[in-house]
Write a protein that binds this ligand. Sequence first.
Ligand SMILES: Cc1cc2nc3c(=O)[nH]c(=O)nc-3n(C[C@H](O)[C@H](O)[C@H](O)COP(=O)(O)OP(=O)(O)OC[C@H]3O[C@@H](n4cnc5c(N)ncnc54)[C@H](O)[C@@H]3O)c2cc1C
Length: 290
Amino acid sequence: MRAFDYIAPDSTESVVAALAAHSPNARLLGGGTDLIVDLKHTSNTPKVLVDVSQVEDFHGIEMTDRGLRIGSMVTHTEIMKSEIIQKELPAMVDAAHTVGAVQTRNLGTLGGNLVTCVPSMDSGPTLLALDALVTIAGPKGSRQITLEEFFVGPRKTCLEPDEVLVDIIIPKENVGKPTHFLKFGLRKGQALALVNAAASFHVGDGNIFSAPRIALGAVAPVVMRATKAEDFLAGKEITEANMAEAGEIAVTEIKPITDFRASKEYRRELVAVFTRRCLAGAYALHQSRA
Ligand SMILES: Cc1cc2nc3c(=O)[nH]c(=O)nc-3n(C[C@H](O)[C@H](O)[C@H](O)COP(=O)(O)OP(=O)(O)OC[C@H]3O[C@@H](n4cnc5c(N)ncnc54)[C@H](O)[C@@H]3O)c2cc1C
């Protein structure tokens, strides 16, 4: 690894100022579980690493007027230990639990996971299924966009080189929304997903799917929503047959590839099964709370 300068600002403003002064020769450092590994293998070493883990604004999990706010530097372990997330959004705990091993979860952050923007990231599907928003700070101030807009392509977000991810917001109406996450890897721990998936919906009057969401990872260039399957479900009765049909429709929306982990045909089969199981899991959660 080549030498670089290291700075650790303690406020959003000083991070933005550091980026303005050093971009495009600066990289942001969160927990470092991804970036430090990358730096060991690249000749394109940044001149400055801006460690954002000391910024207070980037920490904390709390309910606000807008919804559940999760700082970008919240670690996967903190998500697993959060009482409000355990109670309201256990699918997020399940997703965090599948990331790497204990050491990776202790250091790795939600923000870092989203910014890597790899299609197999484990926090993406659940957050997409909850219509999460992200707050971005930069020289022109701060802006808020949907997570869907944030993901642009493999390893590419809409962040400009002088911008930083501040927090993730789960809109108020979706805090408590029945949601279920599943991941399939080649072994139980320390494996990237062949496919991961999440589904959420509210149970409407007459036992119908209301605001259904289906999000899928590792089957397209970015974590994606299966909107045709969602449209099929909206307003329909909650039945096993409809869940299975949604799974079949989701398969028509994905663009899986064959790689050393799995063939695209196998990924298609997983999507059909996981969509159905995630919907069933979300419904089981709803019933357990009734
Ligand atoms: C052994 C191992 C196993 C792993 N297993 C999994 C797994 O099972 N599932 C999974 O999804 N991931 C896995 N990962 C990947 C990684 O651990 C996660 O993506 C982690 O959440 C990254 O967070 P971090 O804070 O360490 O990011 P960093 O490594 O610090 O940064 C990652 C990227 O995000 C940028 N960045 C960080 N914070 C911000 C911010 N606030 N604003 C803007 N940009 C920012 C950095 O510049 C860098 O480009 C694994 C990694 C390792 C090493």
